[in-house]
Write a protein that binds this ligand. Structure first.
Ligand code: MIC
Ligand code: SF4
Length: 638
């Protein structure tokens, strides 16, 4: 039977289940990655599983999110992560080495391999033909311990690329065009598989920009074939031996097809405050710009920054704004320095930021009040930049660089000839900021500073969930709304402290109310929990006594995280019933039989509303046990 690429890789890694759309399957994960903001919790959970050493082909722990060291908390996390990596056989990427997704693409990702990462942009590695999936830290911990990863068999969208990008049009514009058509929830349950003659015209970093932002579609992952271009990239990284050819069978079938003629794509921007609010730059030219940021895991590659350098070389950044640059890795930074591009950027007045996530996650370089900020990153959720009133637009490095000089949105196609940047034949390879683990780590002592708090655990689920509606939110609520990052990132390994900020940006009284009411439920709209993989958006509400989230629909990773932490994820059978619950209403769900018909009873209003779920049999057992960790521990005890 002829197969598309997604089904081929899944088939080669399938450990249980049928490859029928939406049915539960398990796949073996070859590689794992974590970053520091999700990693501390993932490794605490891995430790609790009691496995002496990781059971993957490769596991890497990156430090890239919490690099602003305002006090002991972040450096304490770093040394905890370093020692735990050494003990359990994990490669450790030291702070300063770069952003996890850029680094993984450069040094470790392999075509045809599976990768699970505790970060929603793990699909960046799909640019090299890896089946790379973002998940909560606990799922990554389970994979490190040798367990298969559970998911619903995805449907596959073929993105048929034809033609070639015009000058000044970038890979970023391609994914923005797809977001414009598909929306931030259009990809839930799908893998976006790229095919067609246009694929060969895109370099691996360009492909990775597209697969990276596939996360914004809500997709399970995105993937490109592995072809001669992939081989050239791997060869330039000194890794030609990692190359294998991979493509769909010629008569493979797909669940949907999208056609994109690359030649028709124009420079675009995602406007405040969602990645799918997309407009052509030509319609935004009336807007002055107050800040420009080139970096993040989406557009911080060698070619991205070299092109930006060529655009602004010899000019000065407009007096109205600040330009920040954050090269994605040490490799990128060194090559920029060695080839003179760094000097061109600094000469034009760019402010050099660390090779880390930084401003993308509200860690420094916040815009001024009401600022129009142009960023090459992937998320422009309200308040994420650290400034509540900022208006963040997501654009290509080309558009960003031109705006940095002009001081306003400018269609770059008016700007003369677009600089040509060739992919290097050889990248500067220097792995000295990776620490490779010793063969036997059993004697290594794990260093735990005071910021590493104990793991909270939940008791078994009772047969009846009862409590008040603690909050009622609308559609497309992100995990940034639920569990803000930015200034609170240093609290990631300290749940009791971090939990004080649940829903803070939406409703300042949430924490107080949840503590007073002890138990409760969350009522949500469509695509609840979209965005990041942070499991704290489930773990901290669980810590505050949230027992169920009832909404119109869920984002994939958050749904899995709720199950992992013993919170019932249910959806209204009739979406209009959302209107029949208000904050403060007394609610009840009988969960004695999760296989039967479920209702949420609004005791305050005297109505019974039918609800449903998509839980697998295993999920039901996990929920009953109080979450995946309690379940796994029970299993290993028998
Ligand atoms: C993000 O971009 O929101 C993050 C920070 O990288 C998250 C992970 C986290 O919250 O630590 C993600 O995308 O998963
Ligand atoms: Fe880091 Fe931003 Fe990428 Fe998340 S989206 S991994 S915060 S650079």
């Amino acid at each position: 039977m002829s197969l598309n690429l997604t089904r081929k890789i899944i088939k080669a890694h399938l450990t249980s289940g049928e490859m029928t759309a939406k049915s539960p399957i398990s796949i073996k994960m070859d590689q794992t990655l974590t970053q520091d903001a999700t990693g501390t919790m993932a490794y605490l959970q891995f430790e609790a599983l009691g496995v002496p050493r990781v059971r993957t082909e490769l596991s890497v722990s990156y430090v890239d999110h919490n690099t602003v060291q305002m006090d002991f908390k972040n450096p304490d996390d770093h040394i905890f992560l370093q020692t735990i990596a050494d003990k359990f056989g994990i490669v450790f990427s030291r702070p300063g080495n770069g952003i996890c997704h850029q680094l993984h693409l450069e040094r470790f990702a392999k075509p045809g391999k599976t990768l699970i990462g505790s970060d929603s942009h793990t699909p960046t590695a799909g640019g090299i033909g890896s089946m790379a999936i973002g998940a909560g830290g606990l799922d990554v911990a389970m994979s490190m311990a040798g367990h298969s990863f559970n998911l619903k068999m995805p449907m596959v969208v073929k993105v048929n690329l034809t033609g070639k990008l015009q000058p000044w049009v970038a890979a970023k514009d391609v994914i923005l065009e797809i977001l414009r058509r598909e929306t931030v929830k259009g990809g839930v349950g799908y893998v976006y598989e790229y095919a067609g003659p246009g694929v060969a015209t895109l370099s691996v970093p360009e492909r990775a920009t597209i697969t990276n932002m596939g996360a914004e579609l809500g997709a399970t992952t995105s993937i490109f074939p592995s072809d001669d271009e992939t081989r050239r990239f791997l060869k330039a990284q000194g890794r030609e031996a990692d190359w294998v050819e991979l493509k769909a069978d010629p008569d493979a079938t797909y669940d949907r097809v999208i056609d994109i003629d690359l030649a028709q794509v124009v420079p675009l921007a995602a406007c405040p405050h969602m990645p799918d609010v997309v407009k052509p730059i030509s319609e935004l030219e009336h807007l002055n710009v107050d800040q420009v940021m080139i970096g993040s895991c989406t557009n911080s590659s060698y070619t991205d920054l070299t092109r930006a350098a060529q655009i602004i070389k010899g000019k000065t950044v407009h007096s109205r704004l600040s330009l920040g640059i954050a090269p994605g890795s040490r490799q990128v930074l060194r090559m920029l320095a060695d080839e003179g591009s760094l000097s061109a950027l600094i000469g034009a007045g760019a402010r050099l930021l660390e090779s880390a996530c930084g401003p993308c996650i509200g860690m420094g370089f916040a815009p001024k009040s009401d600022a129009v900020a142009l960023r090459t990153s992937n998320r422009n959720f309200e308040k994420r930049s650290g400034t509540d009133s900022a208006q963040v637009y997501l654009v290509s490095p080309e558009v960003a660089a031109v705006a940095a000089v002009e001081g306003k949105f400018t269609d770059p196609r008016k700007w003369g000839s677009c600089p040509e940047v060739k992919m290097p034949e050889t990248f500067t390879i220097d792995d000295s900021m990776f620490i490779f683990p010793r063969a036997d780590g059993s004697k290594v002592e794990i260093v735990r500073g005071p910021n590493i708090a104990a793991l909270p655990v939940k008791e078994e689920m009772s047969a009846e969930l009862k409590g008040k509606a603690l909050i009622k939110v609308g559609d497309n609520i992100t995990t940034d709304h639920i569990m803000p990052a930015g200034q609170y990132l240093p609290l990631r390994s300290n749940v009791p402290e971090y939990a004080k900020h649940v829903f803070e940006g939406v409703d300042r009284e949430f924490y107080k109310r949840a503590v007073e009411m002890k138990k409760g439920m969350i009522i949500g709209g469509d695509n609840y929990g979209q965005g990041s993989s942070r499991e704290h958006a489930a773990l901290c509400p669980m810590y505050l006594g949230v027992e169920a989230v009832v909404c119109k629909s869920f984002a994939r990773i958050h749904l899995a995280n709720l199950v992992n932490f013993g919170i019932l994820p249910a959806t209204f059978k009739n979406p209009a019933d959302y209107d029949k619950i208000d904050v403060g209403d007394e609610l009840r769900i009988d969960v004695g039989n999760l296989d039967g018909e479920l209702v949420i009873e609004n005791l305050s209003k005297g109505v019974k509303l039918p609800i449903t779920h998509t839980l697998s049999d295993e999920d039901k057992v996990i929920l009953k046990a109080g979450g995946r960790l309690s379940f796994a521990k029970k299993q290993s005890a028998v």
